[in-house]
Ligand binder design. Structure first.
Ligand SMILES: [Zn+2]
Length: 541
């Protein structure tokens, strides 16, 4: 267990020797010297040994790169999900397996308690058909059931779940949300956006959630599992892109008790900004383990869920997607947070949504809001006008790193081939000189950065379909998204992103050199060990 690996005494000099070390701050070397949790020097092992007389030596066989930094994911949500049943397509390989998983969970949770499954993907598990309340009633009749979609913007309830939520055919759609209905107006059990958040997402619910909250001890257990998973993929830092008070409490307790082995920068969900402002907290508050990055807002739905807000309708429909915050509220949020000089990170996927966000930023800037490294989360569908406005405002963009590969199959249907050349437009954005960071949005996409690097360099769906080949980037550029790019996007480039002297000794030992294998094979490189501040947090058995 990583938590049991002790930190060295303060003032300890450590020599790290490897086959090859890519510091991302100069030519490859074979050794680093660390003083406590930071890099002090890089160079030749014999010379560094002579110069620093280290107290201890760590020898690794593989190729070392800076620790991976996921600029947008959901570790506190994952901590909660890992306490329930995982319905990821890799596990729920078909309808029968899904039913078995839900029944197994019902037997495990005890009589009448909620059965909650996450990461359901109808395109992979149920042949493109979204399950409804009657399907879930047949699977589990006597417990309330909530099955959330992999993109976490909609879910499905069974009849007991709808009853527990007090939803009937007479219920109105909540603001910013919707209830799925059949042709006769009956509820299908599908709940979209705010209607889902009120049921199970404390950070965005308008009151107490319908599903009772887990205890802090349970969530700490879930967080430990989540961190193990992330470290095993080489991740040392992550932005938690949606924190409510319970999530801040979870992460703070983990940090206080030495259980937070991941470095986390928090985006507080916009409904809680009043509390942040009242305490006078600003971006950067905290330390190298747990920091406040800023505030998270939303404009539209999900990219891979096919309900983001787009100028041209989704292929073969007249549907332009969903706006989840209206124009006036969006302008007010941007004016207030940006006006306070706090970093604002707003989820905007579709081109129409991004334009609305840019309108709000331009208005705030005209009103005197100071320039900050505000972020557009996802920024999925762009065009030349959007790129130019982002560049002028100096915004940072955080597109999905692995969606071309993982969600490619459904993207062709939603957006059509031509639009895929403007989706997750890494090439265009980097060429425009815009700061770009790598992100998984896990649990909405796979968390492994090496898979994302293959995805960004290849732009192929798992079945080989081309997903906007004009947006391919090089392997060094893709590695940059998950190291230097992510550090810049969180305002942390003075402590993370490279292994230059003075920066944190967060690094990963890989089984092969990513600069020397074909891009398609990077996804299969083993992560042999992961180190945070010179401490081992993961090792391959
Ligand atoms: Zn997210």
């Amino acid at each position: 267990m990583t938590a049991a690996v002790p930190a060295a005494e303060p003032g300890t000099w450590t020599l790290v020797v490897a086959d090859r070390i890519h510091t991302f701050a100069g030519p490859p070397v074979q050794a680093l010297v660390l003083l406590d949790d930071r890099v002090a020097a890089a160079g030749d092992p014999a010379e560094l040994r002579e110069r620093f007389r280290p107290d201890r030596t760590i020898e690794v066989d593989g190729v070392v790169v800076p620790g991976f930094n996921d600029a947008h994911a959901h570790p506190s949500m994952t901590a909660e999900n890992l306490l329930h049943v995982n319905c990821s397509p890799e596990i729920a390989t078909g309808e029968d397996v899904l039913v078995e998983l839900l029944r197994g969970e019902a037997a495990a949770v005890g009589e009448g308690r909620w059965v909650i499954g996450s990461r359901y993907d109808h395109t992979k598990t149920t042949g493109g058909r979204v399950v409804d309340r009657t399907f879930l009633d047949r699977a589990v009749p006597d417990h309330p059931v909530l099955l959330t979609h992999v993109a976490a913007h909609w879910g499905v309830l069974n009849s007991a779940g709808l009853a527990a939520a007090g939803l009937t055919r007479l219920s109105a759609d909540p603001p910013g949300g919707a209830l799925g209905r059949d042709g006769a107006g009956e509820l299908t059990g599908v709940v979209y956006e705010q209607a889902l958040f009120d049921i199970s997402y404390p950070s965005l619910a308008r009151g107490r959630t319908v599903v009772p909250a887990s205890t802090l001890d349970d969530r700490l257990r879930g967080l430990a599992r989540a961190q193990q998973m992330f470290h095993a993929a080489g991740i040392t830092s992550m932005v938690d892109a949606l924190c409510g008070p319970d999530d801040v409490a979870l992460l703070a307790e983990a940090a206080r008790t030495g259980q937070l082995t991941l470095r986390v920068s928090m985006l507080v969900a916009f409904p809680h900004y009043d509390r942040v402002a009242a305490l006078g907290l600003r971006s950067g508050f905290g330390d190298d383990r747990l920091r406040l990055l800023g505030v998270k807002g939303f404009v539209d739905g999900a990219c891979a869920g096919g309900n983001c807000l787009v100028d041209e309708p989704f292929e073969g429909t007249d549907d332009h997607g969903m706006q989840t915050m209206d124009d006036d509220d969006l302008r007010a949020l941007v004016a207030r947070v940006a006006g306070d000089g706090v970093v604002l990170a707003v989820h905007a996927n579709g081109d129409r949504a991004i334009r609305k966000l840019l309108d709000a930023h331009e208005a705030a800037r005209a009103q005197g809001a100071p320039p900050r490294r505000h972020r557009i989360e996802h920024c999925s569908l762009i065009d030349a006008d959007i790129v130019e406005r982002i560049r002028r405002l100096g915004l940072v963009v955080v597109p999905f790193g692995s969606y071309a590969r993982f969600h490619g199959d459904k993207l062709v249907g939603y957006y059509g081939q031509a639009r895929l050349e403007r989706l997750f437009a890494h090439r265009t954005l980097l060429d425009a000189g815009i700061a770009v960071a790598g992100s998984s949005d896990y649990p909405c996409g796979p968390y492994e950065p090496l898979a994302a690097i293959t995805s960004c360099a290849e732009r192929r769906a798992l079945d080989g379909t081309a997903i906007g080949l004009s947006q391919r980037i090089t392997v060094p550029e893709a590695l940059g998204l998950y190291t230097t790019g992510a550090a810049y996007a969180a305002g942390e480039e003075r402590s993370k992103g490279t292994l230059a002297p003075g920066l944190l000794a967060d690094f990963v030992e890989l089984g092969r050199d990513p600069f020397q294998v074909p891009p398609a094979e990077i996804v299969d490189i083993p992560v042999r060990s992961t180190w945070s501040g010179g401490r081992l947090v993961h090792e391959l058995p």
